[in-house]
Design a protein around this ligand. Structure first.
Ligand code: PLP
Length: 388
């Protein structure tokens, strides 16, 4: 008997502009014979980004990728080498790598349970017990969800500590203030161009400095005025970027609708909640859920058996990764909870109602089974599970 194996559902499938959409821009490169060095397409891309975010064009600079953009934005604030950069452990490893590459020591702190983000309150409390001089704070907009951007400018003014906001996945929700906001244009992001990044700030001097640092430290001439490197975006990447902006209204609507439908379907599952803010009218490219029981392993296995990929995008937090194991951290109770209780489900524009139904049913089955297992487990095992 032939058994039909269900079609695999991938956890992420990037949505980039197709070749036909990019072609008119590539033709312009052929005509202009200008390939890099902030050429006409990069300038047009930056101008459209600035208009979209409601800032002047000199408030935006493009960068080769989001990690380099974080390094440049941090370095533009002149932090003394070796001092601490406070950041959530609940983030992608790029956040910590960027601080280290900017000459800083990551100092991992916790996030708030209601938005999974570092807040000014948590940062203020952690400052009092910091094991050294905190020269920068690097909050993260988790998975592109909205955070209180203006409050970070207030924090910076009150403490005198520069803030850089890692809004890698937050193209749709970022609200740039004076604190530079860094957005990734990696293929997996809502506006993906392959590799790319943006620094946006209402402080044009800071943006000009980051831009100079991304271009060998050149300012008025080809003599290095600052110790920079090369992190410029090429004209080819800008061509994809312009095509991605053409497609954005349509792509955005797709992500917003998908999240709304998904959130409604998932909310019917007992013992599960979607990530704070998910399905509330903004576009991101991930669907993270929080489980009441620490049953992520059991649910992930059930999904894998059904041919459905899942992921823990941020693993157990940065502080658990060997590259960062020796850096200082504060109490990380919420981070530990999120590491044990959250899982990312497939989320991409190719998901139809049939796939979504398969995912939701399998998650519900996996959760129900692990809840039964929890009830029948010996008491000492239950106590251990609850403590995690
Ligand atoms: C939170 C966070 N910060 C930084 C980055 C780095 O961006 P890039 O991949 O463009 O270097 C990412 C990428 O996924 C991210 O999720």
């Amino acid at each position: 008997m032939v058994q039909n194996t269900p079609e695999k559902i991938s956890v992420a499938v990037p949505r980039m502009p197709d070749a036909d959409m990019v072609l008119p821009y590539l033709r312009r490169i052929d005509d202009a014979r200008y390939y890099s060095n902030f050429g006409p397409l990069v300038q047009e891309f930056e101008a459209r980004i600035a208009a979209g975010f409601g800032v002047d064009t000199d408030c935006v600079t493009t960068v080769a990728n989001g990690t380099a953009a974080l390094i440049l934005a941090l370095r533009a604030g002149n932090p003394p080498p070796g001092s601490l950069c406070m950041m959530p452990s609940w983030t992608f490893s790029a956040t910590a790598h960027a601080a280290r590459e900017a000459g800083l020591t990551p100092f991992f702190v916790d996030v708030a349970p209601d938005n999974w983000a570092l807040t000014p309150e948590i940062a203020g409390a952690a400052l009092a017990n910091a094991p050294g001089n905190v020269a920068a704070v690097l909050p993260v907009a988790p998975f592109g969800a909205p955070i209180g951007y203006d409050r970070w400018d207030e924090f910076s003014e009150a403490t005198g500590i520069p803030v850089v906001i890692d809004a890698a996945a937050a193209f749709d929700t970022a609200q740039p203030g004076r604190a530079p906001v860094v957005i990734s244009l990696h293929a997996t992001k809502a506006v993906g161009i392959g590799e790319g990044g943006l620094i946006i700030s209402r402080d044009p001097e800071l943006v000009a400095k980051a831009r100079s640092l991304s271009n060998f430290g050149f300012q008025q001439s080809r003599a290095a005025a600052l110790p920079g490197f090369n992190a410029k975006l090429s004209e080819y990447a800008a061509a994809v970027g312009l095509a991605a902006l053409d497609a954005w209204p349509f792509v955005r609507t797709g992500y917003v609708r998908l999240a709304q439908t998904y959130a409604a379907a998932l909310s019917a599952i007992p013992g599960l909640s979607v990530m704070p803010g998910f399905g509330q009218g903004w576009a991101g490219t991930t669907c993270n859920v929080e489980l009441i029981h620490p049953a992520t392993g059991a649910v992930a296995r059930e999904l894998a058996r059904a041919g459905i990929e899942s992921r823990q995008w941020w693993g157990r937090g940065c502080h658990q990764q060997s590259a960062f194991a020796y850096y200082p951290s504060a109490s990380l109770a919420v981070t530990r909870h999120l590491a044990n209780h959250t899982l990312a489900l497939p989320f991409h524009l190719g998901l139809g109602p049939g796939e979504m139904n398969r995912i939701v049913t399998t998650v519900a089955d996996g959760l129900a089974e692990s809840a039964e297992a929890a009830v029948s487990a010996p008491l000492d095992q239950r106590a251990a599970a609850q403590a995690s």
